[in-house]
Design a protein around this ligand. Structure first.
Ligand code: AMP
Length: 119
């Protein structure tokens, strides 16, 4: 399956749509989710054109993967989520994973108890 160059996160990366940015490095950006599902809800995305978690982790360069990993930790620190209370990370992939935006992203949910995975 091809990468859709007009998905909303590709448009954010091109500066065509605004976002409330948290952190950025060479490999990606993080920003607040427009429709928060928890007190704190952020998204971390790579800058490269990767559709989902498998595409990214199987095709990205070592530098892209390292940059993404650093961006995730920087964002957790910026959101003050590093501590005993914890947080949840989610990476929806494809139809069965419930992925709506076909550009790889990790959701960060925190600031309150997120509850069980299945309600
Ligand atoms: P997923 O279902 O994992 O693909 O999640 C996509 C997420 O992107 C949803 O939580 C949306 O609320 C969020 N989203 C969609 N458009 C925007 C946008 N323009 N800025 C920030 N978040 C967005």
């Amino acid at each position: 399956m091809n990468y859709d160059q007009n998905n909303v996160f590709a448009r954010i990366l091109r500066g065509e749509i605004p976002c409330h940015r948290i952190c950025e490095n060479e490999g990606g950006i993080s920003f607040y989710d427009v429709s928060p599902q928890a007190k704190i809800h952020a998204l971390v995305i790579p800058k490269g054109p990767y559709r989902d978690a498998f595409c990214f982790h199987s095709k990205a360069t070592s530098k892209e993967i390292l940059d993404f990993s650093h961006l995730l930790t920087q964002t957790l620190q910026a959101l003050d989520l590093v501590g005993p209370d914890g947080f949840r990370l989610i990476a929806n992939s494809g139809k069965n994973g419930g992925q709506e935006v076909p550009h790889y992203h990790i959701h960060i949910l925190g600031g309150e108890s997120i509850g069980p995975l299945r309600k």
